[in-house]
Ligand binder design. Structure first.
Ligand code: SAM
Length: 306
């Protein structure tokens, strides 16, 4: 009780503002790296509140930069925050925060897309069964789209295997998304993994179907699902897939519901079971092969001429 009251009352000692830290360490936002910083503590507090109560929680913040969100996380009374930052320029400023909150900040200079120690990053006693309430572990981050998109795909795969940060249970994530660099409006999305997935198929299969359908996002879905199949049987198999899945061929990808995707994945799975080569079939490999064949034919003709 006394410990939790102490945690709730935790307040960082007076520190330079984020603006001053940026000046002190000459932390110019690199536009090529889609960097931009949140300086307003009221805004960072608001983002952090979306995660729910963080009192005594263990948090991993991805891409802390100069540490605006980090301050709000610390002020929320967390037990510990693990910071993973790729750009070495930010490490000294983050170290300053760590000194101001002894024992509460761990800093990793690394790339979250390749960092593979999140499955061991938190105390083992926090581990929960998948079906239980989520563990007291949160991931928070304000990353550029170019990083958050592959990261979410990686974490979705982790969720399906219950490994990485989801080895501890249904770890929650609070992530911000910005449409463009420098745009002030940020959307904050809070994710909690479901106990039961909506589509009970292997992750790689679901990813293949969803990625294929969305690759021509303005076209009708009958045009995109075709490329799930080799050229020789493309039209016939695509028609069969849509018919069995009961999906109207002239819906566009964004008009498809979760139920449609489930149905497409279930039928595609059956088709792959009947023809195991189908799952490894990749439309892009076929295109490259075709292009290479064309090129080698062209080269032969040229050699002949020479
Ligand atoms: N969180 C800070 C804020 O809100 O002010 C900075 C946000 S800035 C949009 C993104 C931050 O993520 C930068 O500090 C950048 O260096 C870092 N970053 C980008 N890619 C990363 C990656 N793959 N792994 C870890 N950090 C990354």
């Amino acid at each position: 009780m006394a410990a939790s009251r102490q945690a709730a009352m935790f307040r960082l000692p007076p520190l330079p503002t984020i603006g001053e830290i940026i000046k002190l360490f000459k932390l110019k936002a690199e536009k090529q790296l889609s960097q931009n910083f949140l300086l307003d503590l009221r805004l960072t507090d608001k983002i952090v509140r979306k995660a729910g109560s963080l009192k005594d929680a263990h948090v991993c913040e991805v891409g802390p930069g100069p540490g605006g969100i980090t301050r709000s996380i610390l002020n929320a009374g967390v037990a510990e925050v693990l910071l993973i930052e790729k750009d070495p320029r930010f490490i000294p400023g983050l170290q300053m925060l760590s000194d101001a909150a002894p024992g509460k900040v761990r800093i990793v200079h690394g790339d979250i897309l390749t960092y593979n120690k999140l499955g061991k990053a938190f105390p083992e006693h926090l581990m929960k069964n998948w079906e239980d309430d989520p563990p007291d572990i949160h991931i928070i981050g304000n990353l550029p789209f170019s990083v958050s998109t592959p990261l979410i795909i990686k974490w979705l795969e982790n969720i399906s295997k219950r490994d990485g940060p989801f080895r501890y249970g249904r770890t929650q994530m609070t992530l911000t998304f910005q449409k463009e660099v420098g745009e002030v409006d940020v959307t904050v999305i809070h994710f909690t993994p479901l106990v039961q997935p909506k589509i009970e198929q292997p992750f790689k299969l679901v990813e293949k179907v969803v990625r294929t359908v969305f690759q021509f996002r303005r076209k009708y879905c009958h045009q995109s699902v075709r490329v799930l199949f080799p050229e020789a049987e493309r039209l016939e198999k695509a028609e069969q897939l849509l018919k069995l899945a009961d999906v109207d061929p002239i819906l566009r990808p964004t008009q498809l519901s979760m139920f449609h995707f489930k149905s497409l994945c279930d039928v595609y799975r059956k088709m792959c079971d009947e023809d195991p080569k189908l799952f490894t079939y990749n439309y892009r490999d076929e295109l490259t092969e075709k292009r290479n064949r064309k090129r080698s034919r062209f080269c032969k003709t040229k050699d002949d001429v020479i």
